[in-house]
Design a protein around this ligand. Structure first.
Ligand code: AMP
Ligand code: MG
Length: 711
């Protein structure tokens, strides 16, 4: 019977574009191609061709059969990092026109290295997303309880709108104080601006913050709404382009996009700024999905690509959601899967600090240009990849399956001149020192992330993926005592796999202030649940509306309400999945506080619970999911421990801990479930390399997961 291909996951990174195709039986192939930032659809199609060729199929065969496709990428984030968005106008409270520019002070310190935080002379302020001349004040004031204190001066709104329209802005954002509590003024100004835009015969999109992110903290809310105008609209064009290419190939589905909260949303979604971080999220979703199906509850998910090391913790099957994250040196109010990143990857530059003579890795990187070892790259500074090639970690003839030819001799010379000679070391010693330094740094971060939360690695399984993850798995896990260390055979396309495994899910948040004293009576509790329920109903309508846009009926949407709660007077709240789908009685309040206290005891400690303070709900959450096709995890019969002969590719010299050893080289795709390989060995795939040093071994299980162990 012919294969039926159902799901496509896409990870369009800054370096590579990965694709992940799944057929009806759950079999999959992974494709890779260089990214094409000028028109991402080209990279996506090239990568798709690369994947499908492994099944002897073409994109024309497959696209008409696909049921769904999920995109993740870094283009929107890059646009923001490089401050290359659209020209946006902003309307705020009169007198607060400089607020956006000040960014709560903290903004100009975000993303700084330790040295830069210490030394004021390196301090730098980014230009604001909206320049001061395109920011206008309008008189009005609503207080924190939602009462109108100063009525809206409509004539000022008309004037601001005319000014902005005249200055040819490409989007207009309105953000007033406390509009999440009472949006009337914001909405009135929105309508005024729309009227002026219409009269001018233009088509400028208008964004009122309360329509998009009705949450506390005006700097965060304003920034996030601005991103909608500034960066999301151009990304929508990219998605339209990809969607069109797919339609030309006969596709009948609509493209979905991985969003920062870990669910996927349609490219038609109103709030596309939610997809600003998508690539690395894919990996975390993939790890959770794999864990869910194979029974791993506590996972340390780690990803190394060309530019960074990203890690996330999954505890009891759940990841943490951050509410006021910062990103690209901006404070934002988006639900974001909590991750830690270190700016070190395989493409990171390696230099000697001229003053301390210490080796410095990153934070900048050669990205897709690999390193000095790629003659065509034009790179002159040593990168981690150069060290890999010199020490025999990476096969210079198998980079992207041989599409990119690397030259170890060039790397050797560069390391000699830039690192080894100044430090009085041999080339091997210098390169191995760099690798060891990187491993130590990653290991320290990983340890800190886990122990900082009060856990120990021995309660966690470590998943290692990304093209360069498996190269360093042994290095950054050594001595941490993880319960198990797992490298999926499809590590290089793991984020794309996560996209294919993600739910079709919308999520909306709304700030609330519900305070209930410890001795509260039924009437007070009843009032509290009414406020919460009305927020849920409002958010549920938004969720259902988004699905309706995609042709899903209300009945097909399953809703999951949640809330954010803390003890009264605390500063940090916790996100809780509601135990009840509706709340309507006073007793329901007690169910909500019980669920909160249970989580609180797990996150902190049982003894830290403080119900005597009373409870506060700070926000309502509504998630909605419709069923979608998912990849299945491979399942092969377990065979012999001895790998088949055809998987053996000979030996090569590999430098490890001060000496050259002969490592066996294996073809990853030709290995069979049950095979066990003793180090020193290197297992090669077209886009990733698993390094098994002397003293280590690995076994391939029935799900094509390598388990790495130290003897
Ligand atoms: P990613 O950004 O996740 O695609 O990872 C890219 C990195 O994977 C490269 O920078 C390499 O260090 C690493 N890698 C390991 N083996 C290979 C291979 N055979 N081809 C390409 N990249 C590889
Ligand atoms: Mg990657």
């Amino acid at each position: 019977m012919a294969r039926s291909i159902q799901v496509l996951g896409i990870d369009a990174g800054g370096t590579m574009t990965d694709t992940f195709f799944v057929d009806a039986e759950g079999n999959f192939v992974v494709g890779k191609a260089q990214s094409t930032p000028h028109d991402e659809s080209v990279g996506v199609i090239n990568s798709s061709k690369d994947a499908l060729a492994q099944w002897g199929l073409t994109v024309e065969d497959v696209f008409p059969q696909l049921v769904t496709a999920v995109y993740s990428g870094t283009a929107m984030l890059n646009r923001i990092v490089q401050r290359k968005g659209l020209r946006v106008g902003l309307i705020v409270n009169r007198g607060l026109e400089d607020f956006h520019r000040m960014g709560r002070s903290i903004q100009s310190y975000l993303g700084y290295s330790y040295e830069d935080r210490l030394h004021l002379n390196t301090h730098r302020y980014d230009p604001p997303l909206v320049p001061r001349e395109l920011t206008f004040g309008v008189t009005e004031r609503i207080d924190m309880f939602g009462n109108i204190v100063i009525p809206l001066r409509e004539e000022e709104a008309y004037e601001a709108a005319r000014n902005l329209v005249e200055q040819n802005v490409e989007g207009i954002v309105i953000s007033f104080l406390h509009s999440y509590k009472n949006p009337v003024h914001e909405r009135r100004v929105r309508d005024i601006v729309l009227e002026v835009v219409r009269e001018a015969g233009k088509a400028i999109p208008v964004f009122a913050s309360s329509d998009y992110y009705p949450v506390r903290k005006e700097s965060h809310r304003t920034n996030t709404t601005i991103l909608e105008a500034y960066a999301a609209e151009p990304s929508r064009k990219t998605l339209v382009r990809i969607n069109e290419r797919f339609k030309q190939l006969g596709a009948r589905f609509d493209l979905r996009v991985m969003a920062s909260h870990g669910g996927t949303i349609s490219w038609k979604a109103k709030e596309l700024a939610r997809t600003v971080v998508s690539g690395p999220i894919g990996g975390v979703i993939g790890a959770r999905s794999l864990g869910e199906r194979l029974g791993y509850r506590n996972i340390a998910a780690t990803d190394i690509g060309g530019t960074s090391f990203d890690m996330a913790l999954i505890v009891q099957g759940q990841f943490t959601i951050q509410h006021d994250p910062d990103m690209a040196r901006l404070v934002l109010s988006l639900p974001l899967v909590q991750m830690d990143s270190v700016g070190s990857g395989a493409g990171s530059y390696v230099r000697i600090d001229p003053y301390t003579h210490a080796i410095k890795i990153g934070p900048d990187s050669a990205g897709y240009r690999v390193g000095v070892c790629w003659p065509e790259s034009g790179v002159e500074t040593v990168t981690i990849s150069d060290c890999h090639v010199v020490l025999g970690y990476i096969n210079p003839d198998n980079f992207l399956g041989g599409q990119v030819k690397l030259d170890p001799q060039r790397a050797r010379e560069a390391i000699e001149e830039q690192i080894a000679r100044p430090l009085g070391l041999s080339v091997e010693e210098a390169a191995a020192g760099v690798i060891e330094l990187l491993d130590t740094r990653l290991r320290d971060h990983l340890r800190a992330m886990i122990s900082g939360k009060g856990y120990h690695p021995s309660d966690f399984v470590c998943f290692s993926y990304g093209g360069a993850g498996p190269v360093h798995t042994y290095g950054y896990t050594e001595g941490l005592e993880f319960e198990d260390i797992i490298v999926p055979a499809w590590a290089a396309g793991f984020s794309a796999f996560g996209c294919a495994a993600a739910e079709f899910e919308y999520r909306y948040d709304k700030s609330l202030d519900i305070n209930v004293a410890p001795d509260a009576g039924a009437a007070e509790k009843l009032e509290a649940v009414k406020v919460l329920q009305s927020a849920w109903s409002e958010l549920a309508e938004k969720v259902i509306e988004e699905f309706r846009l995609n042709g899903y009926a209300t009945e097909s949407v399953t809703l999951f309400p949640g809330y954010r709660m803390m003890y009264r007077g605390q500063l940090n709240d916790l996100e809780i999945n509601s135990p009840l789908s509706r709340v309507e009685k006073a007793e329901d309040w007690d169910r909500l506080t019980e669920a909160f206290e249970e989580t609180y005891a797990r996150v902190y400690a049982k003894a830290a619970r403080s119900p005597e303070l009373g409870f506060t709900i700070t926000g309502a959450i509504m998630r909605g999911i419709v069923p979608s096709v998912k990849p299945r995890i491979p399942e092969e019969p377990l065979g012999d421990a001895t790998p088949p002969n055809e998987a053996y590719r000979g030996q090569r010299p590999f430098y490890f801990r001060g000496k050259w050893v002969k490592a066996d080289i294996w073809d990853m795709d030709a290995l069979k479930a049950g095979n066990r390989i003793e180090g020193p060995a290197i297992i090669e795939a077209p886009a990733t390399t698993l390094v098994v040093p002397p003293g280590w071994s690995t076994t391939l299980d029935a799900h094509r997961l390598f388990h790495l162990k130290r003897r």
